[in-house]
Design a protein around this ligand. Sequence first.
Ligand code: CAA
Length: 381
Amino acid sequence: MNFDFTEEQLMIQESARDFAQSEIVPTAVERDINAEFPHAIIKKLGELGFLGMMVPPEYGGAGLDTLSYVLAMIEISKADASVGVIMSVNNSLVCYGLEKYGTDFIKQNYLTPLAKGEKLGAFALSEPEAGSDATKQKTTADKDGDFYILNGMKNWITNGINADYFLVMATTDKSKGHHGISTFLVEKGTPGFGHGKKEDKLGIRSSDTCSLTFDNCRVPKENMVWEEGKGFNFAMNTLNGGRIGIAAQALGIAEASLEASVKYSKERKAFGSTISGFQAIQFKLADMAVKLDAAKLLTFHAAAAKDAGKKYYKEAAMAKLYSSKIAVDCALDAIQIHGGYGYVREYLVERFLRDAKITEIYEGTSEIQRMVIARALLDEK
Ligand code: CAA
């Protein structure tokens, strides 16, 4: 599908595709089985500029737009959605937030290594009792001279074991509700900061997810990322961009499902012809293609709105809601087309389904996206 991409955007897409097919695909099955973090791949992605795609060159980034990022995310996630989420978190939840809202101190000291991929980032908002209901943060940050003392727990943190820098939302003034939440950059190895066991997940198994614990963890006051009390706004604004990244991840899975299905249906024979000759298969392929293109348009639209400096939170929620839904649909159809072969690891499509499901859950469930969209509609009236 042509969205009038520039030569530069198409070049980024092609280089992401080449890298994904030659360096990510060959080890994806094994890493999924062993739940093995893709250290070498992430290092190379950083060297190629894919971990700080939208960060200006003065901070070590590639200085590209959101559309280029979406195109690259689709290609990387098509090869392996686990690599996709690691890339998405570093780009949209960490680098973007630091670049847009970070103090000079934060940018000078932390953004460049993250954008270059020398360090990896994580985003810590969710808690055991504050998932969708994110304003109910229990982690606290109490001022003590030149430090804040953090206490509490975070859950479901992507890159939680392998990240170097963590953006942590914590309450600095309980009396102000969500306007009393602030964001801190916490370095791995800070005394009092630890992590729980690696979660044994259904999908995106090659990425790591765990809880984080803060037990009288002293963080220098300079590591407050933005202004005191702006932490919830920071999280919400950053998540809007993150939702475009996850929409792109879902598109990669859907596209991989469609391509595998087209290929298989042209090879597999039954009742005297290839199964691509049967309407039952053709209609499934057609429906998958329509859904994929519609989801792409929503995602490109959200990315273009962000690049144009327009409001894009409703568009981002729509892109994530629909792309994640069709990723699950397309993966299910791909399994059905493959029959019994679709149910075994050797044929990949079962992984697409396991990987797709999480896109309906993280960075705001589908139910939360509907809330965001409905509120935007009602506010517009
Ligand atoms: N963009 C910008 N601001 C937003 C926003 C958005 N999409 N959604 C809400 N806000 C702002 C509101 O404008 C409001 O701001 P002010 O008070 O300053 O005016 C503030 O957030 C609170 O909003 P509400 O009053 O509507 O509060 P609520 O409790 O009724 O709803 C919510 C808030 C939308 C449900 C929010 O809690 C939410 O988005 N929850 C989902 C959280 C989420 O996405 N978690 C993902 C975790 S990160 C993750 O998964 C990372 C990973 O590792 C992969």
